[in-house]
Design a binder for this molecule. Structure first.
Ligand SMILES: *Cc1c(COP(=O)(O)O)cnc(C)c1O
Length: 370
């Protein structure tokens, strides 16, 4: 039997080989490796797709978040409200600005930030709210935007896992003041290295972000603010442009594959459950994640059946050595509980039914023997 890939980038490349190859060759031929024409082309395409007025491509998803906070002038002593249940970059960029992440616990059924618990954490130092669209499903963005509006705060959506998802018919990334995404290869829309993008309809913020991306430069060698070296290179933009060719199809596939998992796993033994999908939004499934008891045993059983799994994420941020002093250890009990239970299964647009059934059968028999 052929080995199962956790993320199958090979089938995607096989399908797009000519398109991506031609796109990359064009860059090698014109030789504008930095800020070449593909950079602007990708920015226009993504702005048009999402409906945001501006798209600023950057070196990574992490850089997108950092540049956004810098453009919003987040300073030492400020507080930014976020979830502890995410990839570490979400909290890392807040600390890099000298600010303090204030963690709000998650909903157990989606693992997204509990929007109803945000307002109680807003204080005199709060400067922004940063929800994450975890696993590819947007958080309760309208509720979050409403809380933010009551307190005059900007909202930065970490949409690194959710590019392509729709929330009440709007695109994730264009649901709030600023949206940030990542083109890390395994994300729903990836490149072949590092890359990311910021989406916003605020003209002043967009201008600041464009300057911060190139060392705070407003004109050549005139540095009006402190910035970073944060550009996305032309070759990586060319790869994303190539991948956009079948992106809508891939999103549809990911949703269908997930729906098949949901159906096959609706009735798992041993208190294992699928996660919830809210009816007013789509989930592009950067990860297909389930909640299981005795996760180490389940993972080991799947591994011996040839099924790769991963954990997103085993240690919530308020428990991380470098971040643990930011919050009381008991601040986020739901995150603690879910961190012990979540397990992600193979997920790709090209995952075929037979392979998916192998995964499901292996999981079911692992759970039955617990
Ligand atoms: C991947 C990811 C990031 C960081 O993106 P990079 O491109 O790897 O820097 C940030 N936040 C979340 C939720 C992510 O999944």
């Amino acid at each position: 039997m052929k080995p199962i890939d956790f993320v199958d980038l090979k089938s995607q490349y096989a399908a797009l080989r000519d398109t991506i190859g031609a796109r990359m060759q064009a860059v090698l031929d014109h030789g504008q490796y930095i800020m070449g024409p593909e950079v602007g082309e990708l920015e226009s395409r993504l702005a048009e797709l999402t409906g945001a007025r501006h798209c600023i491509t950057v070196a990574s998803g992490t850089e997108a978040l950092l540049i956004s906070l810098m453009a919003l002038d987040i300073q030492p002593g400020d507080e930014v409200i976020t979830t502890p249940f995410s990839f570490i970059a979400t909290a890392e960029v807040i600390v890099l600005c000298g600010a303090r992440p204030v963690f709000v616990d998650i909903e157990a059924d989606t693992c997204n930030i509990d929007a109803g618990a945000i307002e109680a954490k807003i204080g005199p130092r709060t400067r922004a709210i940063m929800p994450v669209a975890l696993y590819g499903q947007p958080a309760d963005m309208d509720e979050i935007n409403a809380v933010a509006a009551r307190h005059g705060l900007p909202v930065i959506e970490d949409a690194a896992q959710s590019f392509g998802a729709r929330y009440r018919d709007r695109w994730s990334g264009n649901l709030s003041t600023v949206g940030c995404t990542s083109f890390f290869p395994s994300k729903p829309l990836g490149c072949y290295g590092d890359g990311g993008a910021i989406l916003t309809s605020d003209d002043n913020l967009a201008q600041a972000m464009r300057e911060i991306r190139v060392h705070g430069q407003s004109r050549r060698y005139v540095h009006t603010r402190v910035g970073v070296g944060g550009r996305m290179d032309t070759l990586q933009c060319a790869v994303v442009l190539g991948k956009l060719e079948r992106f809508e199809w891939e999103i549809g596939q990911r949703i269908d594959v997930a729906a098949r998992y949901d159906e096959l796993l609706a009735d798992m033994p041993a208190d294992a459950t699928i996660l919830a999908n809210r009816p007013d939004r789509t989930n592009v499934r950067a990860q297909y994640t389930v909640s299981v008891p005795q996760r180490d045993k389940v993972q080991a059983a799947l591994k011996s059946a040839g099924v790769p799994t991963a954990v997103h994420y085993p240690v919530p941020m308020h428990r991380q050595p470098a971040y643990g002093n930011l919050c009381c250890p008991e601040c986020c009990p739901v995150s603690d509980a879910m961190a012990a239970r979540v397990m992600s299964l193979p997920m790709s647009a090209d995952l075929d039914t037979a392979t998916q059934e192998r995964v499901v059968n292996a999981l079911m028999s692992a759970l039955r023997t617990l």
